[in-house]
Write a protein that binds this ligand. Structure first.
Ligand SMILES: Cc1cc2nc3c(=O)[nH]c(=O)nc-3n(C[C@H](O)[C@H](O)[C@H](O)COP(=O)(O)OP(=O)(O)OC[C@H]3O[C@@H](n4cnc5c(N)ncnc54)[C@H](O)[C@@H]3O)c2cc1C
Length: 372
């Protein structure tokens, strides 16, 4: 019989994996101390850009591309099941090329094995502004990745949560887990709100807060927060039709009328604050790429905490030495992109007890010298 599973954390990773586990016949409860999607998963920009986020065609790229391939089917399934529109866009991303070094990198990317599947093209001269007239005239080259997608991540988490609930997943908001219960080398459940909740398996998907629960057990899970600040301006009348990814800012036009301008990268701990300096920096950088942004008023600004591990890669799979305990965290810049593949691989792992090969480079073992 498929196991019962308690999931700690109702971000996109917890909700998506809960949904997949329920499809596999598991009895699932998601425990979320606030509201589903209320942290990084709601704060994100929703870019689904495996190539732009890959330094080379290695294990991360393979994982990200697999997730990207799942997206059309996942979106269709969630939208059909929930009636929600998650604003899934497939117009592609432009990566402006600003110097000779970037040109060399862009040229190399056109040769990557997956370049053809993604429709990677180096635009030069007049072709840049023909593709996106709002870009600054000084930009004379850009890598265009036709296959990059984006999504409204707030709606996507809500859709995953609703679809999961329709499959029988119990989503409990306002319930904080204080301890993972382990006895005789296997997990027994969790303590939440002063009560003992039992299950065959526990999946820790508490984003940037995942470390606290493992540290309480004396086990090292090296995940911490990277603060990210982001803002939006109106995209009506439409300024951009593609996403634009520069050196230190990206611009994401949402069909609902917002143009997102992100994002800072700050190792300042859990300081929940939006600063004037950061907003000025984001606007200056955005205007240097798309001058018209300077004429748009600020709509809103916010910050969130990306879950980050020291090697910037996700931590996914069974926790060594504790039967029934799994982790899915540290998705850092790409948790929205990686949600479908994380959900598929982790649910397979929980149900079969075996970690699929694609998880190999991301197993928690890489940080653990001795089992607890
Ligand atoms: C501004 C910003 C822009 C981003 N842009 C992109 C992007 O364009 N594309 C992309 O792919 N990714 C992007 N990301 C990264 C992405 O948002 C994250 O990697 C992803 O959301 C992580 O999901 P998660 O479910 O692990 O974490 P979270 O969404 O943070 O969810 C963790 C949940 O666990 C809950 N929790 C914590 N502790 C406990 C506890 N003890 N008990 C119960 N519940 C608990 C929290 O309340 C939270 O809801 C961005 C992130 C930010 C902040």
């Amino acid at each position: 019989m498929p196991p019962s599973v308690l999931i700690v954390g109702g971000g996109i990773i917890g909700c998506a994996t809960g949904y997949e586990l329920a499809k596999g016949g598991c009895r699932v409860t998601v425990l979320e101390r606030d509201t589903p999607g209320g942290e990084a998963s709601g704060a994100a920009a929703g870019l689904l850009a495996p190539l732009g986020e890959s330094r080379d065609p290695g294990a991360f790229q393979a994982l990200a591309v697999e997730s990207w391939r799942l997206y059309p089917e996942v979106v269709a399934e969630l939208e059909a099941g929930t009636g929600m529109n998650v604003e899934y866009m497939t117009a592609g991303t432009l990566y402006p090329v600003l110097d000779a070094g970037e040109l060399a990198v862009a040229r190399e990317r056109t040769t990557w094995a997956v370049a053809r599947e993604f429709g990677v093209e180096l635009l030069e001269g007049a072709r840049v502004l023909e593709r996106e007239p709002a870009l600054a005239g000084s930009i004379t080259a850009a890598l265009f990745v036709h296959g990059d997608h984006w999504v409204n991540n707030e709606r996507l988490v809500a859709a995953y949560a609703q679809a999961a609930a329709e499959r029988g997943v119990v989503i409990r908001s306002g319930v904080e887990v204080s301890e993972i219960l382990i006895d005789g080398g296997r997990t027994r459940g969790v303590m939440a709100g002063g009560r003992r909740l039992e299950a065959d398996c526990v999946l820790l998907a508490a984003g940037a807060w995942s470390r606290e629960l493992m540290t309480a057990r004396g086990s090292g899970l090296p995940v911490g927060p990277v603060r990210v600040q982001i803002l939006s301006v109106p995209n009506s009348p439409p300024l951009l039709t593609h996403a634009v990814h520069g050196r230190s800012v990206y611009l994401v036009p949402r069909p609902s009328g917002e143009l997102l301008v992100g994002a800072t990268v700050e190792h300042v701990g859990f300081v929940r604050e939006v600063t004037d300096e950061a907003l000025e920096h984001l606007i200056d950088e955005a205007v240097s790429l798309v001058p018209g942004i300077g004429e748009r008023p600020l709509l809103r600004s916010w910050c969130g905490f990306r879950p980050w591990a020291p090697d910037s890669l996700p931590i996914l799979g069974p926790w060594p030495g504790v039967d029934g305990l799994f982790v899915a965290t540290a998705h850092y810049r790409n948790g929205i992109l990686l949600a479908p593949i994380t959900a598929h691989l982790l649910s397979a792992c929980v149900i079969t007890g075996r970690a699929p090969a694609l998880l190999g480079p991301f197993l928690p073992d890489r940080f653990i010298s001795s089992t607890p």
